[in-house]
Design a protein around this ligand. Structure first.
Ligand SMILES: [Zn+2]
Length: 306
């Protein structure tokens, strides 16, 4: 072997094996398991997808690990909820990952909120107040109808990167949306006993769920998204709950139990504990079972409270 051939061989060996071969799968990183599940439904065998969060975390504060930057460095696409919900961890991880394919505004940056018009958009942007929802309420995954919008944006994002698989993505998306539609019709039927029921949650993440199933989210234990309660705020909340006959207190499982329990007890409301994403409880193993679990848990709590 000549010197030149040896040098060429050495250069070839430096190219990771994963970059060669036509049957290589799309390497995807999703921020939350809900999106990983949707990506598997849409891309099937064409994709290998890893979720950064396991589902038990606070989505506004998923703890960063060095392994996340490695995953993102090797990824073809990153799949995110958007609306700044991943603000506390994703921008820093993308900077560390040094992967131009998945930077914001690059084709591999798949923002699943692009077809959703968020509610509660602040009239004035002021991060100094500690607001975790600077561009509106980002907890769209708790509403299965907005979940359909997320799946559509995901499929379009994958097609933008892999136009050669467009027909497969479209077929799989259509099947997935049909399954979701059937489930939504069933859930809306089952949710009838919830109509008009008022709830208070720890964090303002129940807005879309409440609206979908005819409930009313009237307040939060936090003063505002990401701002811890004060005794004055709690006293005011309890007073309002008694006055407005609020029947439910939702504690999202990543928030402390004690305060939510005390507030429920002192106002005669029923406490209900819910995951905020897929994987938050063992029963919520995919997006459909997640919505199913939340709806059933709320229904049980309401039946218990009446
Ligand atoms: Zn939030």
């Amino acid at each position: 072997m000549t010197r030149i051939a040896l040098v060429l061989l050495a250069v070839l060996l430096m190219v990771p094996v994963s970059l060669k071969g036509a049957d290589r799968k799309i390497q995807a990183v999703a921020t939350i398991p809900d999106l990983a599940d949707m990506a598997r439904n849409i891309a099937g065998d064409l994709i290998d997808v890893t979720s950064l969060a396991t589902g038990v975390e606070d989505i506004h504060a998923v703890p960063m690990k060095p392994s996340f930057a490695v995953l993102l460095n090797r990824a073809d696409v990153v799949i995110l909820m958007g609306l700044e919900i991943e603000h506390a961890f994703l921008p820093a991880l993308l900077e560390a990952a040094r992967n131009p394919k998945i930077l914001r505004d690059a084709p591999g940056y798949i923002d699943c909120s692009v077809y959703v018009t968020p509610l509660d958009v602040p009239t004035r942007l002021d991060r100094a107040l500690g607001d975790q929802h600077p561009v509106g309420n980002p907890h769209i995954n708790l509403d299965p109808v907005r979940g359909k919008d997320m799946a559509r944006a995901l499929a379009d994002g994958l097609t933008r990167n892999y136009p050669e698989y467009e027909a497969t993505f479209k077929k799989n998306l259509d099947t997935y949306l049909t399954t979701l539609d059937a489930a939504i019709a069933r859930w809306e039927q089952e949710a009838k006993p919830l109509h008009g029921i008022k709830l208070v949650s720890y964090h303002p993440d129940m807005l879309y769920f409440a609206e979908r199933f005819g409930m009313e989210a009237v307040g939060t234990i936090e003063i505002r998204a990401g701002v811890d309660p004060t005794p004055g705020h709690i006293a005011e909340l309890q007073e309002r709950m008694r006055r407005e006959k609020v029947g439910l207190v939702v504690r999202e499982l990543h928030y402390p139990a004690g305060l939510a329990e005390t507030i429920a007890q002192s106002t005669g409301a029923t406490l209900v504990e819910l995951p905020a994403m897929v994987g938050g409880v063992p029963e919520a193993k995919d997006y459909l079972s997640f919505i199913d679990y939340n709806l059933r848990t709320v229904l049980k709590a309401v039946q218990k409270g009446t």
